[in-house]
Design a protein around this ligand. Structure first.
Ligand code: FES
Length: 78
């Protein structure tokens, strides 16, 4: 499984002590790319639980999911 994610940031997000979850004492960083609170995990990764290992996905802003067969770049030639 994999998924295509669009990110707009063009630099690092530096974490500090204020980013710690006071109750858990840790910081959960999103690795699925779907968090509304990116770079922090908000539980959105649950949407990926039933992704097939051999498929690539894209998620729309409303949470709907589609399988992507291939990626075509502007400079790709056939
Ligand atoms: S890992 Fe992405 S929302 Fe949790």
């Amino acid at each position: 499984m994999s998924r295509l994610v669009e990110l707009e940031a063009n630099g690092p997000r530096k974490l500090d002590a204020d980013d710690l979850d006071e109750q858990k004492g840790d910081v959960a960083i999103c690795q699925c790319g779907l968090a509304e609170t990116f770079p922090f995990c908000d539980g959105s990764h649950r949407k990926t639980r039933d992704e097939a290992p051999d498929k690539r996905y894209v998620y729309d802003e409303d949470g709907t999911r589609a399988v992507v067969d291939r990626v075509v770049r502007d400079n790709d030639s056939e």
